[in-house]
Design a protein around this ligand. Structure first.
Ligand code: SF4
Length: 64
């Protein structure tokens, strides 16, 4: 898979912190799907964390 279709070039990649105040280096959040987990009934869900070089079949240069 070439670098041009990796998460850091995807319209659904968000490289700033939204899950917590800390995020792994070269990582961000995938916004393609809604948050996937809810640790407690009153807690909010968490966005999936991906690395900048990850990729998946939903890659897109624009938000649809
Ligand atoms: S996991 Fe897929 S949809 Fe999410 S940011 Fe990466 S390439 Fe885009």
């Amino acid at each position: 898979m070439s670098q041009s279709v990796s998460c850091n070039s995807c319209a659904y990649y968000e490289d700033h912190v939204a899950n917590s105040t800390k995020v792994a280096e070269h990582a961000g959040l995938c916004r393609f799907n809604p948050p996937v987990t809810q640790p407690e009934p009153n807690a909010r869900g968490l966005w999936p964390v991906v690395t900048a070089s990850d990729w998946c079949g939903h890659f897109s240069e624009t938000r649809n």
